[in-house]
Design a protein around this ligand. Structure first.
Ligand SMILES: *[C@@H]1O[C@H](CO)[C@@H](O)[C@H](O)[C@H]1NC(C)=O
Ligand SMILES: *[C@@H]1O[C@H](CO)[C@@H](O)[C@H](O)[C@H]1NC(C)=O
Length: 355
């Protein structure tokens, strides 16, 4: 389909409708059919649904980083699906909706906290990476955080400029979170916690140069962690997220809601902790109102006592077992030199799924 026509149709469709969700509609950038060929197609800022005026301006001014912004949200969602793969709520997205998580994230739950943190971290991460790869003219390598060289190494290569990625994420992802209500305060906090994770995990990466692999000269640069490390860290923060209560204050600009830790006995949350103030549903049964898909037919692990185990994942309803034949490589032989030949074997597996 002609790209400009598609843009026109989209902007017409969304000009009159306001999709309401407790999370950003522009996250649909990460799934939208129109952005599957990121970079090779022009991005029409006016056709991205759910942008507030500040984001629209940002998009038009910094068009060349928009593919990284979309890529970053996608990265965040993929990581969410990895981290939650064995859980009742597994970060499912809905392809044909602009509210890509359905109603699940409308409430101010732990799940909402995690997705905001990982998505804003993803944006910072992807923008930083693409700048270091030289794909944009307005950003590049970081030359500020150098300091003196270390013992036996000197600075070299391209240090990733995470400060810039974080700045972009803050400008773009937080642009709509300026309402005086509790949900906005929660989103702002969790977005920032996600981005801080990137800055905290920056590390030195080094490379040896010299004849035949010797390490005569070693050069080092600042690099971001693997995004998996960010996901693992934020998943721990999800498990230990702080429950808050909403407080209302009267200020000169009107009523303002802020968050306070619910339990005075616990350590108050730091800027690195995730916060929430509504309880999650149990996600056991399908419920269109909460957006729960239920866990019927989900594959469970019969030997695990954790949340991916059949007891907990199936919410006590029990499970069915069927056998599945899978073709696998076997009897592999190494031939001198150098290839490996294998036979194909059929192995039979038990597969358990929730009733
Ligand atoms: C996630 O949950 C949905 C809905 O229950 C299910 O259809 C899907 O297969 C699950 N994905 C994974 C990777 O388990
Ligand atoms: C099932 O759970 C056990 C015990 O936690 C674990 O060792 C095993 O790797 C799991 N199997 C799969 C397929 O995840």
């Amino acid at each position: 389909m002609d790209y400009h026509l598609l843009g026109l149709i989209l902007s017409f469709l969304f000009s009159g409708t306001k999709v309401l969700a407790g999370y950003p509609i522009w996250w649909s950038l990460a799934l939208g059919q129109q952005y599957t060929s990121l970079g090779s197609q022009p991005i029409l800022c006016g056709s991205i649904p759910g942008l507030v005026p500040k984001q629209l301006r940002f998009c038009r001014n910094y068009l060349e980083i928009m593919p990284s912004v979309a890529e970053g949200v996608k990265l965040g969602i993929q990581e969410c699906q990895h981290q939650f793969r064995g859980r009742r709520w597994n970060c499912t997205t809905i392809e044909d909706s602009l509210a890509i998580f359905g109603p699940v994230l409308d409430k101010a739950t732990r799940e909402s906290a995690f997705v905001h943190a990982i998505a804003s971290a993803g944006v910072a991460f992807a923008v930083t990476r693409s700048c270091a790869e030289g794909t944009s003219t307005i950003c590049g390598c970081d030359s500020h955080h150098k300091g003196p060289p270390g013992d036996g190494w000197k600075w070299g290569g391209c240090s990733e400029d995470a400060d810039f990625g974080v700045l972009v994420s803050r400008e773009f992802a937080d642009a709509r979170e300026n309402r005086p209500d509790a949900r906005s305060a929660m989103n702002r906090h969790n977005n920032e916690a996600g981005r801080t994770t990137i800055l905290d995990h920056m590390h030195l990466k080094c490379k040896c140069h010299g004849l035949s692999g010797s390490c005569e000269v070693k050069t080092c640069w600042w690099a971001q962690p693997d995004f998996r490390a960010i996901g693992d860290y934020l998943k721990d923060k999800y498990d230990s997220a702080s429950e808050m209560v909403v407080e209302k204050h009267r200020e000169s600009r009107g009523w303002v809601e802020t968050l306070r830790a619910k339990y005075a006995l616990f350590k108050p949350p730091t800027e690195r902790d995730l916060v929430y103030y509504e309880n999650s549903p149990n996600f056991c049964e399908p419920n269109p109102e909460t957006g729960s898909f239920g866990t019927r037919d989900r594959t469970c692990n019969v030997t695990s006592h954790g949340i991916d185990g059949c007891d907990l994942l199936c919410c006590g309803r029990g499970h069915n077992t069927r056998t599945e034949k899978r073709k696998e490589k076997c009897h592999c032989i190494f031939h001198w030199c150098c290839y490996v030949s294998c036979q194909e074997c059929i192995r039979i597996y038990d597969v358990h799924s929730c009733k």
